[in-house]
Design a protein around this ligand. Structure first.
Ligand SMILES: C[S@@+](CC[C@H](N)C(=O)[O-])C[C@H]1O[C@@H](n2cnc3c(N)ncnc32)[C@H](O)[C@@H]1O
Length: 199
């Protein structure tokens, strides 16, 4: 689902970059460590702050990234990280990632899967594209936020069948993930590290 006016302003703001760098990336690093020398995918990359972090903070060697909104993808083409020959970018849907199975060492999700109506299919698709032994770095927004009478109305999200922590962890396990570490903030935000079992 595309962002509404309010969420779009937030995602494109310098405040969003600060939150992503100083809160979200740090939580994921604390829980999941670095991706030094790895080939990484970011799903729903928005305007591209995550791509810079995956290189500069997590140490990845190559980053593929996509977003369903062509305007977001166009913004990234102006960023420094896009000029690296190791960055590949496209417009696409996390429900159907156009790459072979077992392709990536790690996948990052900064708050995208709660935008997907069939979010369990998105989780399964992330599992498919990870290599055996690969790691999913996941930051998500919980049902309590989405259905909140104030916060929930500021942004446009699918409302039916949203997930709380238990439902999200259950979907990860159902797809085959080993859930390694979980951190939750105020029943609003969730950070999860989940691994695809090795061969
Ligand atoms: C809350 S924004 C987060 C953007 C970016 N990850 C960040 O943290 O700044 C959610 C993003 O997911 C994208 N999106 C929503 N549904 C998607 C889908 N099914 N497949 C790919 N991207 C999607 C939106 O276009 C938007 O850029």
């Amino acid at each position: 689902m595309k962002l509404n006016f309010f969420e779009r302003i937030f995602i494109l703001s310098p405040f969003r970059s600060l939150v992503q760098r100083h809160l979200e990336a740090r939580q994921l690093f604390d829980l999941g460590g670095l991706t030094a020398g790895k080939t990484v995918l970011e799903v729903g990359c928005g305007p591209g702050g995550g791509i810079d972090l995956i290189y500069d903070f997590f140490g990845a060697t190559a980053v593929d990234a996509f977003d369903m909104d062509p305007e977001m993808v166009a913004r990234i083409r102006q960023r420094k990280s896009y000029r690296k020959p190791t960055t590949h970018l496209w417009t696409g849907n996390v429900r159907q990632i156009p790459v072979a199975s077992n392709r990536y060492d790690a996948v990052f999700n900064f708050g995208v899967i709660h935008h997907v109506v069939d979010w369990r299919a998105a989780v399964a698709e992330v599992f498919r594209v990870l290599k055996p032994g690969g790691r999913f770095f996941c930051e998500e927004i919980l049902k309590h936020y989405i259905t909140h009478p104030v916060w929930g109305r500021l942004m446009k999200h699918p409302q039916n069948d949203r997930f709380d922590r238990a439902a999200f962890v259950s979907a990860l396990k159902h797809s085959g993930f080993d859930v390694r570490r979980i951190r939750e903030m105020a029943n609003l935000y969730l950070w999860v590290i989940a691994d695809k079992p090795g061969e």
